[in-house]
Each structure stands twice: as structure tokens, then as C-alpha cells.
Design a protein around this ligand. Structure first.
Ligand SMILES: NC(=O)C1=CN([C@@H]2O[C@H](COP(=O)(O)OP(=O)(O)OC[C@H]3O[C@@H](n4cnc5c(N)ncnc54)[C@H](OP(=O)(O)O)[C@@H]3O)[C@@H](O)[C@H]2O)C=CC1
Ligand SMILES: CC(=O)N[C@@H](CCC(=O)OP(=O)(O)O)C(=O)O
Length: 344
């Protein structure tokens, strides 16, 4: 049994970790922290977990109790894992961070986009970017894993086959992405109010979003050269889901793109390449650790349109974090992650 600690158990990704780990046959959550809810039983805050975590209550973060775990997940705002990861690693505990603290390899770039100095640049070299479809072998050896962001997961998985094969003009990529409101977290804010988000849709951060450098970093690795990317996120009136519509110009029209995508993801348990002509729906991955992809070339032109959908809280955060844990501890990668999406 893998002994699990979670720092930040009251946010959406924290409670999603609890929901997924409740079904995991080889993991047991032994510590869950919240400073504001310390002392409260988990099931008293989240009734969906009644009967699953009897006896488990929130506690204030404490290095000694967390350091007794095999692995600690950070489901916290940016900067928190910077402060605590080093001590946990020194105690022999592995760290899986859902925040962006260790996603960018360059500390100065992180500081620029996150508006604060990087709190643990000495750990960056060993941090592994936890996208299993790219880094599975490195994840197996890692002590510190940076779980990719939600937009970056959907966008990279959609572009990777084209860039790795050198088939797209890497200087002109477009990612037009839509997110559900839970992507903004559980914290109260005017922008997340029902009356602000329902029956309306809007783009935001067109000038530059924090996920832009993260996506660019991953696409640069895949292409083997710098990429030009325009990334436009939108807030849409749904609770969960990311829908990325990706555009690229192909440099060779003779290639069978459907076959290319099917081959690239043939052995990936959590990437589903749909039949040619499909239009994946976000609801088909709701609650599931799946990225569902369809590739199109409208009117047989040179513009490829890739449609990529995930649940932001599952393949875009907590599910991918559990997938990383499974790989890290030599377990079947699918353990605890077999949920199908929820229709309707
Ligand atoms: N929502 C999403 O779709 C996605 C979110 N993420 C990332 O996952 C992380 C968590 O997001 P989300 O679940 O939305 O969480 P929230 O930001 O809503 O919740 C944060 C949690 O962290 C705890 N926390 C806050 N400050 C501290 C601190 N200084 N020390 C210890 N604990 C602290 C809070 O509990 P308390 O204050 O009581 O201690 C709370 O449980 C974020 O970095 C987010 O960017 C990643 C991908 C997708
Ligand atoms: C809809 C919405 O607000 N989405 C969030 C992104 C999701 C997220 O939490 O990203 P990190 O894990 O990188 O912090 C945003 O645009 O900031």
C-alpha cells in the first residue's frame, strides 16, 4: 500500500484526488491538510466522500507527518510546494505537485509569468514534467514530479504527433481553447459567480497566459526547435472540461494523419484517437482520465484541425497526478483510473 499525503485538500483538485484515490486498491490517504478546516472530518465537508474516508480529518500541514508518507501531492496555489518540497524529499518522501511550481525549467521565466521569485530553483534540474505520454521513463526514476496544467495537457497531446513527425509548420501554431469554470479553482471570486459565467462566453488573457510558456516549452521539445504559438483561452458556461481546437499548416499533404495519430497513441491507455471525422465532446471525458482526440483536414487543404478534449480536473490535474503516482511506484498505470466519462 502506498501511503499518501495531500497538502491542500479543500480545493477542487484536492477533493478530486480523494474521489479517485477512494477507488485505488494500492493507495491509502493517511494525511490531508487544510489550515482553514483543520479538525473537520473530510466527509463533513464533502458528503460525496461519506463512507469512503471514515476517521480521516483535515490537519494543518506538518513536515513530520507528511514526511512519514511515501508520496505527498500538492494541490495548492503556486509557491507552496517551493517552500515544502525540499524538506519532504530530504525525508525520503516523493512529491507530486499539481501546481505550476516546477513545470518551467527556467526559474527566471517562472518568476516573470508568476510574478514572484522562484522559491526552489535548486530543485528544478531534477523535477520531471509529468506528461506520461512523453516522459514515462523519466517519471519511473523521479522523486519530484510537476503535473502539467490543464490547457497544456490538452494542447500538447493534440499537437505532439504533428510536431514529432516534423509535419507541421512549427512557426505558426494556433491553440483556441475553452475551459469550464472549475479551472479557476474553488476560491470565491466575482469572475466565477454563476451570474457572471452562465449564458455567456469570453476569451481572456489573450495578451499572454501563464500556460503559454509551459505549452511552448513542451512543443519546442517535440519539434526540436523554437515554435510560434498563439494561445487563446476562453471561459465557457460548463463546470468541467477543456476543449482545445488546434490549427497547424501541414508541410506534406500526402501523409495519412489519422494513421499518424493512431500509431503515436496506440499504446497509450489514456489517449483515445477517435475515428476520422469525429467531434469529441467534453462530456464524454467528464470524470474520466482520458484525452479524446480527433484530427481533421477540412476540404483536403493544408490546414490541419485537431480537436482535443479532457476533464480539467482529471486528465488535466488529479487523474494525471494519480497516473504519475502509479508509474512512480511501479503499479499498473490504470489503477484507480478506470472511470468512463459521464453522459449526459
Ligand atoms: N482547477 C483546475 O482545473 C486545475 C488546477 N490546477 C492547480 O492545482 C492547484 C490547486 O488548485 P485548486 O484545487 O483549484 O485549489 P484551490 O486554489 O481552490 O485550493 C487550494 C488548497 O490549498 C490550500 N492552501 C492554500 N494556501 C496554502 C498554504 N500556504 N499552505 C498550505 N496549503 C495551502 C487550501 O487550504 P487552506 O487554505 O485551508 O490550507 C486549499 O485546500 C493550483 O496550483 C492550481 O493552479 C492544475 C490544473 C487544473
Ligand atoms: C478557467 C480558468 O481560470 N483556468 C485557469 C487555468 C487552470 C489552472 O489552474 O492552471 P494552473 O494549474 O497552471 O494554475 C486560468 O486560466 O488561470
Amino acid at each position: 500500500m502506498v501511503k499518501v499525503g495531500i497538502v491542500g485538500g479543500t480545493g477542487y483538485t484536492g477533493v478530486e484526488l480523494l474521489r479517485l484515490l477512494a477507488q485505488h486498491p494500492q493507495a491509502e490517504v493517511v494525511v490531508i491538510t487544510s489550515r482553514s478546516e483543520a479538525g473537520l472530518a473530510v466527509a463533513d465537508l464533502y458528503p460525496n466522500l461519506r463512507g469512503h474516508y471514515d476517521g480521516l480529518a483535515f490537519s494543518v500541514p506538518d513536515i513530520e507527518t507528511l514526511g512519514a508518507c511515501d508520496v505527498v501531492f500538492f494541490a495548492t496555489p503556486h509557491g507552496v510546494a517551493h517552500a515544502l518540497a525540499g524538506e519532504l524529499l530530504a525525508a525520503g518522501t516523493k512529491v507530486i505537485d499539481l501546481s505550476a511550481d516546477f513545470r518551467l525549467q527556467d526559474a527566471d521565466e517562472w518568476a516573470k509569468w508568476y510574478g514572484q521569485p522562484h522559491g526552489a530553483p535548486q530543485l528544478l534540474e531534477e523535477a520531471v514534467y509529468g506528461l506520461p505520454e512523453v516522459n514515462r521513463e523519466k517519471i519511473k526514476q523521479a522523486r519530484l514530479i510537476a503535473v502539467p496544467g490543464c490547457y497544456p495537457t490538452a494542447t500538447q497531446l493534440g499537437f505532439l504527433p504533428l510536431l514529432e513527425a516534423g509535419l507541421a509548420d512549427a512557426s505558426r501554431l494556433i491553440a483556441d481553447c475553452k475551459s469550464g469554470v472549475s479551472g479557476a479553482g474553488r476560491g470565491a471570486s466575482v469572475g466565477s459567480l454563476y451570474s457572471e459565467t452562465s449564458e455567456s462566453m469570453k476569451a481572456y488573457a489573450v495578451k499572454g497566459h501563464r500556460h503559454l510558456p509551459e505549452i511552448r516549452q513542451g512543443l519546442r521539445r517535440a519539434a526540436g526547435k523554437d515554435v510560434g504559438l498563439t494561445f487563446v483561452p476562453h471561459l465557457t458556461p460548463m463546470i468541467r472540461g477543456i476543449h482545445s481546437t488546434l490549427y497547424a499548416t501541414v508541410v506534406d499533404r500526402s501523409v495519412d494523419l489519422q494513421a499518424l495519430f493512431e500509431k503515436r497513441y496506440a499504446n497509450e491507455p489514456f489517449v483515445d484517437v477517435m475515428p476520422a471525422g469525429s467531434h469529441p465532446e467534453t462530456r464524454s471525458v467528464r470524470g474520466a482520465n482520458v484525452c479524446r482526440i480527433a484530427v481533421h483536414r477540412p476540404q483536403d487543404g493544408d490546414l490541419v484541425v485537431v480537436l482535443s478534449v479532457i476533464d480539467n480536473l482529471v486528465k488535466g490535474a488529479s487523474g494525471q497526478a494519480v497516473q504519475n503516482m502509479n508509474i512512480l511506484f511501479g503499479l499498473d498505470e490504470r489503477l484507480g483510473l478506470s472511470h468512463a466519462g459521464m453522459l449526459p
